[in-house]
Design a binder for this molecule. Structure first.
Ligand code: UDP
Length: 325
């Protein structure tokens, strides 16, 4: 099979490219390097079956050509990361909505199946844990910029479902829960690379709020395996699936574990949300997926635990900054 991966030079996209090439498929990556990086795909450059194009999904003629050449499409290009969303809401909303519209329209013309990457952020402030795919989305006021990300991704989901129901163009949606692993950047706020980098530099680990909020961290290799499984299956079409670990980790406990595993002497400091993200910021206390649906659809289970995740990130960060090792 030949796959097109939009956002393929990003953190998740590059691991997806690795996995598809590994099983003998061909991969074309389309990425504008806005948040992705050449270093994520450099190791694939001379690999047979791999090509990449540095350009935007908004280049319609190019997108049409790349869709033509592919059998299926993974649409991962998006503006992600709480910091980016809070600081650049126009970019977040426009990127996420426009690119998905364009990818779905181009793919539909050729009846090519599309995986649309969504996010657990769409559940918003819901307290109905574990979150089921048919549960309500509970978002805050539009004056609170954070929710623009969830709203833009919810529109992407509505659109992907509509393309299937109204036009019979096959789509499948994955809601990713805190996917982490090597190559993720901390620039846009993601907590695991930030804590690991802070620990390796012997800087304070910045826990936002009281640190009792939890997240379910999912290794990117588990996440990518789920995405491929959902695309390989026929009866997943037109459906939404949670894709994440069920094991909750409080953020303060995460900071302590990162310190232990790196042997760092860094102190842990508590930073009010207001200081981190400005006034009007809301965080969610818990975010836990129900895996019932994906388990029964494709038998998927995450298998990589928190320590293994952290060790893989620590090794990666040490390889980038050898002096910190
Ligand atoms: N967080 C933190 N310190 C940081 C970055 C993030 O305590 O330096 C917290 C953040 O407030 C949230 C959790 O870690 O409660 C996960 O944040 P991330 O941005 O990685 O993902 P989110 O789940 O918020 O999309």
């Amino acid at each position: 099979m030949h796959y097109l991966i939009t956002g393929g030079a990003g953190f998740v996209g590059s691991h997806l490219a690795d996995a598809l090439l590994q099983r003998g498929d061909e991969v074309t990556v389309l990425d504008d390097l806005s948040t992705g990086a050449m270093r994520n795909i450099r190791h694939l450059k001379n690999r047979s079956g791999f090509t990449y194009v540095i350009d935007t999904v908004l280049n319609a003629p190019l997108l049409a050509e790349l869709v033509d050449g592919a059998d299926q499409i993974f649409h991962l290009a998006a503006a992600v990361g709480v910091r980016l969303i809070v600081e650049s809401p126009v970019r977040t909303i426009e990127t996420n909505v426009k690119t998905t519209e364009m990818v779905l329209a181009a793919a539909c013309k050729k009846r090519k199946k599309v995986f649309v990457a969504s996010t657990s952020e769409v559940y918003g402030k819901s307290v109905a844990v574990p979150f089921r795919e048919d549960g309500d989305l509970v978002l805050g006021a539009t004056s609170r910029g954070r929710w623009s990300y969830a709203s833009s991704k919810a529109i992407d989901e509505f659109l992907a479902i509509a393309y299937w129901r109204e036009r019979r163009c096959p789509t499948v949606i994955g809601r990713c829960f805190n996917t982490v692993g090597p190559r993720q950047t901390g620039h846009y706020g993601m907590v695991v690379p930030r804590f690991v980098q802070q620990a390796l530099r012997e800087e304070p680990l910045t826990v936002y709020g009281d640190g009792r909020q939890t997240r379910c961290f999912t290794h990117v290799a588990d996440g990518v395996r789920a995405m491929i499984g959902l695309m390989d299956a026929d009866d997943t079409v037109g459906e939404v699936y949670n894709l994440g670990s069920e094991i909750e980790t409080p953020i303060l406990a995460l900071a302590e574990r990162v310190k232990q595993l790196t042997g760092s002497e860094s102190p842990v400091t508590f930073v009010p949300y207001r200081e981190a993200y400005g006034d009007n910021f809301e965080d969610m206390p818990r975010r836990v997926p129900s895996l019932e649906k994906i388990r029964s659809a494709i038998g998927w289970e995450p298998v990589i635990g928190l320590d293994e995740i952290l060790i893989s990130v620590i090794e990666y960060e040490r390889s980038l900054t050898p002096q910190a090792a």
